[in-house]
Design a protein around this ligand. Structure first.
Ligand code: ATP
Ligand code: MG
Length: 114
């Protein structure tokens, strides 16, 4: 079992969701995040108001997934989220020791897709 975490541009979220759906990955958690990349939160001043461009909306996705699907998920996210400009985001993959489905009490990969 793995956990994929991806930070993508908010403007790319719908495309990422569709690309994952095409690989039959229809389960994930997402939330709005703020962060800094190389832009390091440079301020942009427009009409006297300062905008922190490091805070341009990004979405973080978390996907719990069994190992054989990991490469499909990475490919779908990367291809859908890439603009080629700085700030396209990051994907990380980590190992998960255990997953328990609360309703069924099933564990591991059975906890996810049932
Ligand atoms: N080392 C990191 N640890 C945690 N989050 C990060 C890290 N690097 C980037 N991020 C997250 O990803 C977002 C986008 O950063 P990203 O690295 O894609 O842009 P960039 O550094 O401006 O440009 P690029 O890396 O494409 O040259 C950041 O706002 C932050 O939320
Ligand atoms: Mg970066």
């Amino acid at each position: 079992m793995k956990k994929i975490e991806a930070i993508v541009r908010a403007s790319k979220f719908e495309e990422v969701k569709e690309a994952l759906g095409e690989k039959e990955i229809n389960f994930f958690t997402f939330y709005e995040v703020k962060g800094y990349g190389h832009q390091k939160g440079k301020n942009l001043t427009y009409r006297g108001a300062a905008y922190d461009i490091g805070y341009i909306g990004r979405i973080k996705l978390e996907i719990l997934i069994s190992d054989p699907y990991v490469n499909d998920a990475i490919e779908a996210i990367s291809n859908a989220a890439r603009t080629g400009e700085k700030g396209d985001g990051l994907i990380t993959v980590s190992s998960i020791d255990e997953i328990i489905n609360i309703r069924t009490a099933l564990k591991g990969s059975q906890a996810i897709n049932t």
